[in-house]
Structures are given as C-alpha cells and as structure tokens.
Design a protein. Structure first.
Length: 1249
C-alpha cells in the first residue's frame, strides 16, 4: 500500500549557528509542529539561518505532502555552503529530482544546470545527466536521451558471463574462474550446471548503468563483466563506481573496490585512486545479488582530478593480453563526500540533530541501514520526541522490511503526533483491508481536508473507496472530473479507459484515450495495456504497430522482443517469430525460456531437428523445464515419461478388490501402492505415486474421506492425474480437489479410493545435480502389491543401499535410464508396538545418494546459513544489554549469558510462510520479532557468541525419534538445528528452542541423535563426518526427593522436598510458570493426587526460583494425609510413598516382541533418588523391616537400602541409574523380568504396633 510517500529531507543550513534552531527543536520536543513551522517561517523572513531554516521547513512540510517542495528547495539552494551534499541527501525526494518520471520544464532546467555546473560533485552531475536521459526516453527524444546518457562517460564495452551460485550471499569470496580466464573460449559451469562462456550482447543498452536483467537469465547470483580499455600513457585516475548488489572490481587483476554487503548506490559513491599504466588494461566486475537486490546493476567510470572522465584510446569487450605483469599501483580509498561532510558536522556539533538526520539519510541512499539506524538512535537519546527522527526511523525499518519494529514505530509516532497525515493514510489502508468502509470514508475526508480533495492521492483513494462501496456512478463522475483536470496523469488515463471500455464503447473510441497519452509520453503499463486490449479486440495491426514502436525504442529489451515473437507466432508468421527469438538469444544466450519458445516455433515450421536441438538447450540451461523434456522425448521417438508409470493391471486389481470378501480387521488395505522416481542427468526429478486403498470399516472412512498430498509450493509442481472413488456397483465418483487437498464424498465401506499423482521436483543451488532418495516399503496396513521403481541416468555414480529387503531388484535399461524395480506381493502389515523405533529403522527401505561425503553437505549448509549471521543494526544493542557492566568473564559465563538472553526474549515459532526450510532468518529479524525456529535461534546465538569471542558451530540434527541410524549415506534429511559451544577446552551441544531448559542440559531427543557440525569457513576442519551426539550436558536429567513422615495418633504429616535437574526441570518449570497462586495450588494438588490416593490437606508449598533458569527445580510441600495408615488388628501399616514411579509394567506387555524397544523414549531420566525418613508415634514399635535390594544389569542399576536410626525412625533410600537405550527384541523378555523385579522391590509397606 502507499503510505504517504515516506519522504523526508534532512538538512542542514550553514548560515547562522545551531542555537538559531534551538526553539524549533524545543517545539518539536513539545509536540508542537505548528509552532516549529511558525519559528522557521519567521527565521526565513528575518534572514536567520536561511539555509537550515528553509531545509527544515521543507522537511516539516513534506510530512503534510506539500506540493511546493521543489520551489522551496530552489530558494534554499543559494544559502547552502555545500549544495552537493544536500542535493545527494534529497535527490529522490520531490524537493529535488523525485522518482524517475517525466519532468516539468522547471525541473529540466534545474537538472541541466546541475549537469553543466562544474562546482558540483561528479555524483550529482552524473545523476542529473542520467535523470535527463530517462526523461527524454519517456518523451521519445532519442537524440537528447543519447546525449545525456553519453555524457556520463562510463565504461560501456562489456562482455558477460553468469550466473553462478550465490546462495545467501555465499558466492562473494568464491572463485568461479572468470577472473582468471578472459578468453572467448574459456568454459565455466553455471549455477544450473551448464557450460557457459563469455559473450557480448548483439545489442547494447544505451543506459550508463549496466543492468544484468536483460542479458543474463538469473540476475540473482554472482555474475561477471569484463572490459578492455587502452590508455595512451600512464594515468593517475579515480576509479568511481556505483552499484546495486555486492561488488568486486579488479583492474589488471588488482582488487580495487569491494563491498560484500548488498548496497544500492548512486554513481561514484565508491572511489579509489589508482595509477594505471599505458596500453591495454582489463577491468573485471563481479556483481552479486540475492533476494535483497531486485535490480542488480553497476556503473564504473575512470575520472581525473577534476572528476571528468579520463579519455581512452579505445574500449573493447574482448581481449586476452593486458597489463597483467605491470598492473599499476593502488592508491587510497576516497570516502564518500556526503557521508564525510555530515559526519564531520555531527561530530563537531552534537546539539544540531539535522546533521545526524541528514547523515542517516545519506546512509539510507546506499542501503547502509545499520549505519543509518545507529546515527538515528544516537540522536534520539538527546531528542526523544523529535517527530522527524521518529519518521526517519520509520522509513529505515520499512527499508529493512522489519515489519515488527515498523509497526511498533507507527504506534510511537501515533502517541507523539496523532494528527500526522501519514497516520491517516495508514489507518485508511487498514480500514479498507478490514472492509470498515465507514471508517475509511471518515479518514479520507480528514485527508481531503488536510491536502485538498483534488490531490492525486485523495482522488485515487476516493476511487478505491467508491469501488468498494459499489457507488459506480459517483466513481464514474470522479474519474471524468479527474481526467478532465489532468490528462497527463497515467492513473487517470487508465481509469478513464477502463470506464469507457466498461460502457461497451468501440475499441477505436476507448483506445483513443490510451493513444492520446502515449503519443506524448511513454508508459510501459499503458503501452502493454493498449497492445493486449488491441489483441483482445481483434485489432492485430494496432497491436503490431505498438509492439514494433516499443521495440524500436528499446531494441535491447528481451521481454519486448519476446512479446513480438509471441505476437507473430500467434499470427502464424513463424519466420518472423523466430527472427525475434534469435535476436533475444543474441542478447541473452543462456535463457532457457527463449530456447523453449524457439523450439515450439521450429515445431510449427516443421523443423523437428532444429526443435530437438533447441529443447536440449532449454533443458541444459534450466533442468526444471519439464515441458521441454516431454517434447524432446516425443521428438526422439521415445515414450512419454508417464508411460513408464502405467500400471496395466490397475483396473482389474481394483475390480478384484471390490469383489473380494472383507476379512481383515484393519481400517483399510492397500490394493496396490506404486512409487516411481526418475532422476534426470541435468538435475531435477519426478516422483510418481499410484495407490488404491480399499476401505474396510468406519474408521477407514474417517481416514480416507479426506486426503492431503504434502507439497512444497516453491520447490514442486503437483499434477493430480486421478482422484476417484470406485464402488462395488461399478460407479465412479470423482473426488473434489483444491490443489493438494482431496475430498471423497459418498465414501462407504468396501469402496476403493484411487489416487494417482506426480511431483515435478525443481532443482537448484549447489546440490542441483545431486541425487538423493529414500523410501520405506512397509506400512502398518496390509499391502497387496507394492512396487518401487527408481530410474537413474545410465552413468550415474551413486550409492544404493537396501535395508531388510526380502527381494532383489530387477535391473533393466530403458532409454537413457537404468531402472531398479522391486515388486512385493501380499505384504503383511507392519506390527505396531509400543515404543518401537521409527518405521525407517525397522521396515524394508531403499536409499540412494550421489553425494560422496558428508563434507559436501556441511559445506552446502555453511553457504546457506553462515552468511546470514550478520551483525545488523540491533545486534549491538542486544550485545550491550547482555554484557553491560560485566568484565573478566569466563567462556562459560559468556555462553550462559547469551543463552539466558535468548531464552528470556525469543520464543520458538515455526510457520511455513515466515520461514525457509533451510535458510535461517537474519538475527536482526529474530531479535525484532522475538520469534524464530531452531535454525533462527541457533544462528542468533552463533552471531552473538562470535561477537563475544566464543567459538560456536551450527549443528544439523536428525532427532532421535527419527531413528539413531536412519541416515546411513549423505543426505539433507535433517529436521533440527542446535549449536555446539566450544568453551574451556570442551564442546557442549546446546538446544535453544526450550525457554525453560537449563543451560548445558541436553534433551533426550538429542542424545545419540545423528548430527552434522557445520564449518564456519572453507578451511574449518569440522563437518567431515556424521556424528552421534554425545551426552555433553552439564546436568543429567535427574529426580531427587527427600520426604520426612511423622506419624502420631491423630495425623500423618508428610514434608517433601522435590528437586530435579536437566531437561526434567524444564518440564516442571513450564508446567507451573506463569500461573496464578490459586491455579498453582490446584495444579500442585492435582500433581500430588497422582501419588496420594487418600484425602489430604495441602498445608503449604514453595516453588523457590521458579522464574529463574537455575539448573535445579524445587518444589517443597507439607501435607496432612487422612486415613493413610491402615489398621489390621493391633498392627498399623502403610505403603511407603516413594512418589516417582520407575516403571509401569502395563506399558511393557508380556508378548513376543518383533521390534526393538526404544526404552529411552519411555525413560527420559538418568537418575532417581528418593530418601524417605519415617518416624512412628511414641510408644510404638517398628515391626520387621524389608531387606535391602540391589539389581544391577545391562538395563538398570537399582538399589533400596533400609537404615533403622532408632526405635521410632527408619530411613529408606532408593537410587536408580536407568541406562535408558534401545533394547533388542531378543532382550525384551529379560528386560521385562528386570522391571518386574524392580516393581517387587518398590512394593514396600511399613508396619508398627
């Protein structure tokens, strides 16, 4: 949504002293903007600080969307000592240049003055020339466009190669070869694993900014550009660059400029002096981009001391010999003038916040958001209520896309200045989103009262509101009024055309509106609207005319050329269509979609051989072009891939199932279950599933009345071929579909549900060509027929392992594939047993990988995750908060302080639309949102620990519940992330998603889990092998209880002190924390009732340190228990209350077990200790006491000792080391007998008389 053009010109005048504006700052601190404006107006009238005053007034007026800002700045300009600095800071605002658009006569004259003004910085002159060139582009003045673009003097003869991998920005320091190999014949491997070479586009873009969007298929990545230039003599130059993305620039293989952070700068922001020798010199630009950069580009100029372009003998895109042995001499880097200027002013005069604001805005112009925010937050300490600083913070958060902090800042502004125009815009949009049209109308009226109902923003919003209210006549009237007032507004032109069209006026009549505007001014959306509308109206000649006009304006634009090719293809003018596609390929030779389009044109021309070659190219440059694969197979005379999957007998198998008797007590059975996996040589694969399910009872109906096919929207394309219910009557009922959700109406017992679908799995990144596949063939229901086919490229180098398979595969060669096929008939259901391992560990399974080592996986994830561990703007504040006032901390102390901060301030959250499967979010986002999943929290910890001087590593984990040995060959099937902390000579593995877990405790789900330590750099020696996580916790999971029982004739008093450590303490803290006193008491009573079955009174309780994360949780209770002692004649007896139950035998039934027992999943404690001291009434005598018991074997170390203190007091001590692990099926009976012995030992009664 448009929120009141987030603009502010931050400014500083240099005539007068800072004290002249003190009353202005005071008024703003008092929340009185009107008073501040009055003071500034008086200053201007009286000549007091005219520069500062006028600039500040521009700023304040911009908050009210003033239309006079350009004129105001012209008046301020003569009063500015360093006008270039102010021009740079305000360049994108309407006060100076504004957004790229057609300019007014006054703006054109102003920009011409800047181009010709020798006193302005090169950045300003270059920006002015570029802006004028763009203006003349939009007004069809090619001569003037070329004049101004040409005056910039940039290096413009470039050859290109790309795109290379830059996942998470990891490609910045990688060597992909182009720097070392300048020749035309040099071969490189792209991020899609295709062979690529240096190339020169057949048509060059006349713009001085070198953009990659048209010439390379994937601007997001790492791309290289090179140029060769000749100098007639050695020259001292300034290498000046601007860019969008990250950048490295080499001249003669010397690294001249580098910036790893993705920026978006103006011309000449990065400068360095250099002496360049005479002769041929080579310049190489490495431009990197991720999703943070939406339009990668750069501009490089060689300037002399007067900031004029250095004359060259020649420029060339090609060359092999250059001044490599005599590269020249690097000089000093030149700080950017605007940043230096305002930084010096701010350092010299901290009383003037304009300096800080303008410095911050200068940083913002280059996407130096962290630097901008640090300056603003520093200034805010002295000016906490300054609305200008708050508004700049708002725009900074907006540029950072930090939504959480942005929304908080909105509310801060609301408290400071509730009548601010921006807030009305914001609230209007929220009201429209929530469909509160009455509130939206009220807010819009307030906006109109503020800036006038004829303001373009007001008209746009009024049209939006009237459309929502379905007040179409009023909307029509408003559009007519707006269009008649301003026919140069492209929005009004579009509204007018759409309304004319809606009234069914002839295309010739309605299109005249668009043509009238486009005759004078180019507008891409309106141009394309006219073309599409002409096609829809059957006016092909009109569409053709405008397509050709547009192409003549932008002959280098691949998108426009492609549109022309599509037009001629639709007109069946295939030769012309192919000519335009070939022009596209001359500009962008590695764009897969162009080869695919050319192939379809060649098919239409009957040139099947040429089409076959084009389809091969399409696949080479994009393995995910599944459509091209199918067409290529057809041209090669091969069967469609889908034929590989056909089950010729599926109908008869379904029919037989429908006729057979229902003898099973299962919910359902699988009539057949077929999985086909096809891996292509270039990367990408297809998984095809074909299953038929026979419903056997009502529970089966509940299971299959709905079905969900797990699908990753970003990495898979789902095609459902069949979703139908077959009935015994022969009726077929189609299932209802909503993409990957299926509903089967009228399903009944005896029906067969048939689902057939395939996933086209996209490939990309470092592992694009690697093959990984894992499949379990067993299920917990009977399977009549199970088929698994794996199709691999014939020469694929893979590891293929099978586990527990009862059949050997049939291996055949089909076309370019080797097929491994397993067929199993009449498979019994897998027996489900309590605490059995994951199905992957006990079932029949097949795994395949082409990844030859775990090191490949660890370095892959390093490239994904480690670049995200950036120290952004808010990390310093968090770091200072953690370590404020501390000194001489040990490594342990540092590690624990960071851990405690994350536990206290960040909460676990994993939501698919917020987070990536693999790539963590930046620590900045985790801090501001206070939310993160395991990899986000681990990355935050890693970043803070690195800043604190600690060594940590991210660790990928396949948690223990998935099996302790399921990952036998390299793959990416991890489901969790933790950190390894190296301190005091030892390594500790720390979980971060449990806010109550004591530092150093290890959850049971991590012990002995398979894990991979991720290196922090290429030379980091970790991550070469998969490990089983060792139990490195500082505290074991334990339960210790001391119980004192005192019995007299009237009551049974029980005092208990219960403590637990490790993960166990986390569970208890989580249970009791945050509850009211009343609820806590009820929860404790409920907890005690699990152990004391008779009535009791809870006399008191304590939960000391509950809110802490101390390693020990403590609960102290005092009870008075009724009727606990039973009388049997003269004998008094009671069961000894040990509280914690070691084992419940009903969990381990007497049976012949088929699968191992995951005893660790049942028993998550390492150690129990219970001490019960019993004192009987005076005058009573203890009757025979139980004997000591000791049990020690592979499953448990258990002991109970009985010590008589005196005639009335006896102490029982129970100690248990559990030895929890996997128990084999063969050991189960022995294990169960041990547990029976334990239960016997636990059965203790105390008697006295």
């Amino acid at each position: 949504m448009r929120i009141c053009a987030l603009i502010f010109a931050l400014f500083i005048g240099l005539v007068g002293s800072a004290s002249d504006l003190d009353p202005v700052w005071k008024a703003l601190e008092d929340g009185d903007r009107e008073e501040a404006i009055t003071i500034l107006t008086q200053n201007i009238e009286n000549g007091v600080s005219p520069g500062d005053s006028r600039i500040t007034l521009i700023l304040l007026n911009s908050l009210d969307d003033s239309q006079e800002l350009f004129q105001d700045f012209q008046k301020a300009l003569p009063h500015l000592k360093n006008p270039s600095a102010y021009l740079y800071a305000l360049w994108s605002e309407s006060a100076v240049s504004g957004y790229a658009s057609v300019k007014t006569k006054e703006q054109v004259a102003f920009l011409q003055d800047l181009v010709e003004g020798t006193s302005y910085e090169s950045t300003i002159r270059g920006s002015a020339a570029y802006t004028l060139g763009f203006h003349h582009t939009l007004t069809y003045n090619t001569t003037m466009r070329n004049r101004y673009y040409g005056s910039c003097g940039e290096i413009d003869a470039w050859s290109y190669v790309g795109t290379f991998d830059n996942t998470s920005g990891s490609g910045f320091d990688k060597s992909y070869g182009p720097l070392e190999e300048p020749g035309e014949d040099a071969t490189f491997i792209s991020r899609r694993n295709a062979e690529i070479h240096w190339f020169v586009p057949t048509i060059a873009d006349p713009e001085p900014w070198i953009t990659l969007e048209q010439v390379l298929p994937h601007a997001t990545g790492v791309n290289y550009c090179q140029s060769f230039f000749e100098l007639d003599s050695e020259k001292e130059v300034i290498v000046a660059a601007g860019f969008s993305g990250s950048i490295k620039i080499w001249i003669n293989d010397l690294l001249v400029i580098e910036e790893e952070e993705e920026r978006r700068t103006d011309m000449d922001v990065y400068k360095r002096k250099m002496t360049i020798p005479a002769g041929i010199n080579r310049i190489v630009v490495q431009l990197g981009a991720t999703s943070e950069t939406n339009y990668p580009n750069f501009s490089v100029r060689l300037l002399d001391k007067a900031s004029q372009p250095v004359p060259m003998v020649s420029q060339s895109e090609w060359g092999t010999s250059y001044n490599k042995d005599n590269p020249g001499t690097l000089g000093e880097e030149i700080p950017f003038f605007a940043e230096t200027y305002f930084s010096d002013l701010w350092d010299a005069d901290r009383s003037n916040p304009l300096n800080a604001m303008l410095l911050a805005y200068s940083f913002q112009r280059s996407k130096k958001h962290n630097e901008a925010l640090k300056v603003l937050e520093d200034a805010q300490k002295d000016y906490p209520n300054n609305i200008l600083i708050h508004y700049m913070l708002l725009t900074s958060y907006q540029q950072l896309k930090d939504r959480t902090v942005l929304l908080k800042q909105v509310e801060k502004i609301r408290k400071l200045d509730p009548d601010m125009l921006f807030l009305k815009y914001y609230d209007f949009e929220r009201a429209m989103e929530s469909e509160d049209l009455e509130e939206a109308g009220s807010l819009l009226t307030e906006i109109e009262d503020n800036i006038g109902e004829n303001h373009p923003d007001c008209i746009e919003k009024r049209i939006q509101l009237l459309a929502a209210e379905q007040e179409y006549q009023l909307m029509l009237n408003l559009v007519e009024k707006a269009y008649s007032r301003d026919r140069n507004n492209p929005d009004y032109v579009m509204y007018k055309y759409l309304l004319e069209k809606a009234q069914s006026k002839p295309f010739k009549t309605s299109s005249a509106i668009l043509k009238g505007y486009l005759k004078k001014t180019y507008n891409y959306p309106l141009y394309n609207m006219l073309i599409k509308e002409a096609m829809a109206a059957g006016e092909g000649k009109v569409a053709q005319t405008y397509l050709i006009k547009q192409q003549e304006m932008f002959p280098e634009n691949v998108d426009i050329l492609s549109e022309l090719a599509s037009f001629y293809y639709d007109q069946r003018q295939y030769a012309k269509a192919k000519d335009y596609i070939n022009e596209c390929l001359g500009i962008s030779p590695y764009r897969s979609s162009l080869y695919r389009d050319r192939a379809f044109i060649e098919l239409a021309m009957g040139a099947d051989g040429l089409a076959e070659t084009s389809f091969r190219k399409a696949i080479e440059y994009n393995p995910n072009s599944f459509e091209s694969r199918e067409k290529l197979r057809d041209l090669e005379g091969k069967e469609p891939l889908i034929e590989f999957f056909e089950n010729e007998h599926e109908e008869e198998l379904i029919e037989a199932a429908l006729k057979s008797e229902e003898t099973s007590d299962d919910q359902y059975e699988l009539v057949f279950d077929e999985t086909n996996f096809i891996q292509f040589e270039e990367g990408a694969n297809v998984e095809h599933h074909n299953l038929a399910v026979r419903v056997l009872n009502e529970s089966g109906i509940d299971t299959w009345k709905e079905a969900y096919i797990p699908t990753s929207y970003s990495r898979q394309n789902l095609i459902i071929e069949e979703a139908v219910v077959h009935k015994p009557s022969g009726e077929r009922i189609e299932g209802e579909r909503n993409y990957n959700q299926l509903v089967f109406p009228s399903i009944e017992v005896g029906d067969v549900v048939h689902i057939k679908y395939r996933h086209e799995n996209y490939t990309g990144g470092k592992l694009a060509k690697e093959i990984t596949f894992d499949h379990v063939l067993d299920d917990f229901v009977p399977i009549k027929r199970k088929v698994l086919r794996i199709f691999l490229p014939m020469d694929a180098d893979v590891q293929l392992i099978t586990d527990r398979l009862s059949v050997e595969p049939v291996v055949t060669e089909i076309d370019e594939f080797t097929c491994h096929e397993w067929v199993l008939e009449d498979m019994a259901r897998m027996k489900s047993e309590a605490y059995m391992p994951a199905l992957r560990e006990v079932g029949q399974a097949v795994s395949i990988t082409s990844i030859n080592s775990w090191e490949v996986i660890s370095k892959w994830y390093k490239d994904l995750a480690i670049p995200m561990a950036k120290e952004d703007y808010n990390l310093d504040a968090v770091y200072n908060e953690i370590f404020d006032g501390t000194e001489n901390l040990s490594e342990y102390d540092k590690a624990k302080l960071i851990y405690d901060y994350i536990c206290d301030n960040v909460h676990y959250s994993s939501v698919s639309f917020r987070q990536s499967n693999y790539v963590p979010q930046k620590p900045m986002v985790t801090i501001s949102t206070q939310l993160g999943d395991c990899k986000d929290m681990s990355t935050l910890y890693h970043t803070l620990a690195k800043k604190a001087g600690l060594t940590t590593h991210l660790v990928l984990v396949n948690t223990r519940d998935n099996g302790e040995e399921t990952m036998r060959i390299p793959s990416t099937q991890f489901n969790h992330c933790i950190v390894r902390v190296d301190m005091d000579g030892q390594s500790m593995y720390q979980e971060l998603t449990d806010n109550n877990l004591p530092f150093g405790a290890m959850p049971n789900s991590l012990r002995n889990a398979q894990a991979l330590v991720i290196p922090n750099a290429d030379d980091d020696p970790v991550g070469k092998e998969l490990i089983s996580l060792p139990a490195t916790e500082l505290e074991k999971n334990s339960m210790i209880r001391k119980t004192i029982i005192e019995i007299d004739d009237e009551e049974f008093a029980l005092h208990s002190t219960f403590t637990c450590t490790g993960e166990t303490s986390s569970a208890y803290r989580r249970y009791f924390k945050g509850e009211t006193d009343q609820d806590t008491e009820e929860m404790i009573k409920y907890y005690i009732s699990d152990y004391i079955e008779t009535d009791y009174d809870l006399e008191s309780y304590e939960l000391p340190g509950l809110e802490d994360k101390d390693s020990v949780f403590t609960l102290i209770t005092d009870l008075k228990v009724e009727d606990y002692v039973k009388k049997i004649g003269a004998l008094n007896t009671f069961e000894l209350p040990l509280f914690e139950e070691i084992v419940a035998l009903d969990v381990f039934p007497k049976e012949d077990r088929e699968h191992p027992l995951t005893y660790w999943a049942y028993e998550d404690k390492d150690y129990y200790e219970s001490v019960v001291e019993v004192t009987i009434p005076a005058g009573k005598t203890l009757v025979e006491l139980p004997k000591n018991v000791r049990i020690s074997n592979d499953y448990i170390d258990y002991s109970i000792t009985v010590k008589k203190v005196n005639s009335r007091t006896v102490v029982f001590t129970r100690k248990v080391n559990t030895k929890a692990r996997n128990i084999s099926a063969e050991q189960y009976t022995e294990f169960r007998e041990t547990m029976k012995d334990v239960l016997k030992a636990e059965d203790i009664f105390v008697a006295f008389k």
